[in-house]
Design a protein around this ligand. Structure first.
Ligand SMILES: Cc1cc2nc3c(=O)[nH]c(=O)nc-3n(C[C@H](O)[C@H](O)[C@H](O)COP(=O)(O)OP(=O)(O)OC[C@H]3O[C@@H](n4cnc5c(N)ncnc54)[C@H](O)[C@@H]3O)c2cc1C
Length: 368
């Protein structure tokens, strides 16, 4: 069985590694190396870590998550860690090495121009060193990220909203207290209803401050500056220098997992947790589903993932359309404290279902 994969981001690399046990795999990547993109924060749930083979690349762990929405502060906490930050660059380089030693053919500097379905085969036309080539496969996996041109050409029609994701790496003037190292902080709807910004401690002297927003260019950077100053106040420090990195962040959900023997996974098919735009958790499930569909024609996990992503998008819509305006209209400060376990980090729907009816009765209390 021959499998062609377009894109050697995390989706393509993981899919290749999983499938290399049962098929001959070629991966096409237009860049000259893997792991070169540095925009991703690398936050992933503990549950997904082993599925994406990233245990060795954990750099920090978190057991507290604080959401600031208008005048409401929601604190999720646990006695155990529920999320981690991994080094995305090192992880992707490791996956690429594993792939090579499992016999996969990782074709760097190979730009795929088109994928055509001819009879039962899928033919990939690609440019490598200025030469046009063509190869045909039994299965094709599109993991091209965004823009999702090839995925569209094969008929995949995900619901996609495109945002700008910007991030500063900040070097701090004063070391952070130790107790802040396990804490993630998020501002939701600071300016509009859908912007999402975060501060992630890397160590006592460095933090990442990021923003997902529909604003573009200079205005988005200005907003990131405002957010950075707010976070610095909360952390009780300031920074000496900063480095800006950025990329495209998506919200939405996929409608199909496969069409015939073609698959579209990751950002190419809007496989993201819509609230945070996080792709690693859905990707970790998609690559498992892929192997099950190809080997056993078992679609259950794939269908579950599609339902999960749609419900996640619904939660994002409920929060941005109703909860953000409601929280912003409150005149007094309220603090909500919720104990969670690791499964809830990936399932906001579970949190809403469990806690929404009782919010304000059990956990709501006035800030002193
Ligand atoms: C600022 C920011 C922070 C983020 N933080 C998090 C986070 O903390 N946690 C989380 O879970 N997610 C996060 N994400 C989202 C996460 O980064 C993405 O969901 C994930 O990287 C998508 O991986 P992918 O492999 O699907 O796509 P990509 O990483 O985009 O990989 C696609 C690959 O395909 C290649 N390619 C494209 N077209 C072609 C072609 N025609 N021929 C050959 N090669 C091609 C590209 O060069 C690229 O290497 C963040 C995103 C942003 C913008």
């Amino acid at each position: 069985m021959y499998v062609g994969i377009v894109g050697a981001g995390i989706s393509g690399l993981l899919a290749g590694l999983n499938l290399s046990r049962i098929a001959l795999v070629d991966i096409y990547e237009r860049a000259k190396d893997v792991g070169a993109r540095k925009h991703c924060t690398g936050i992933v749930s503990l549950e997904a870590i082993s599925r994406i083979k990233a245990r060795k690349f954990i750099e920090s762990c978190f057991n507290e998550l604080v959401f600031f929405i208008g005048n409401v502060e929601v604190r999720f906490y646990s006695s155990k860690y529920f999320a981690c930050r991994i080094s995305r660059e090192a992880h992707e380089k490791y996956l690429a090495n594993e792939l090579r030693s499992s016999g996969c053919n990782l074709k760097l500097r190979s730009y795929v121009l088109s994928v055509e379905n001819i009879g039962k085969k899928y033919c990939i036309k690609y440019l490598s060193n200025g030469v046009l080539n063509k190869r045909c496969y039994d299965y094709v996996i599109i993991a091209e990220g965004y823009p999702n041109k090839l995925s569209n050409s094969l008929g995949f029609r995900p619901k996609i909203e495109v945002f700008r994701g910007l991030q500063y790496r900040l070097y701090l003037l004063k070391a952070l207290p130790k107790e802040l190292l396990g804490k993630l902080m998020i501002h939701y709807g600071l300016l509009g209803t859908s912007d999402f910004s975060w501060v992630v401690p890397l160590n006592r002297r460095e933090v990442l401050v990021g923003l997902i927003s529909s604003l573009d260019g200079y205005v988005a950077i200005k907003l990131l500056d405002i957010i950075t100053n707010r976070f610095m106040k909360v952390l009780g420090t300031s920074y000496t220098c900063k480095e800006l990195i950025g990329g495209i962040a998506l919200r939405g959900y996929c409608r199909e997992f496969c069409i015939g023997n073609s698959f579209s996974i990751g950002d190419a098919n809007a496989m993201v947790k819509s609230l945070s735009c996080g792709g690693l958790y859905p990707i970790s499930i998609a690559v498992e589903a892929l192997t099950r569909v190809i080997t056993k024609k078992d679609y259950e996990l794939a269908n579950k993932l599609i339902r999960y992503l749609r419900s996640n998008y619904l939660v994002y819509r409920i929060i941005s359309n109703y909860l953000v305006p409601l929280c912003r209209s409150l005149h007094r400060k309220v603090v909500i404290e919720l104990k969670i376990d690791s499964s809830m980090f990936d399932n906001y729907f579970l949190i809403l279902r469990k806690h929404l009816p009782v919010l304000g009765m059990i956990h709501l209390r006035r800030r002193p």
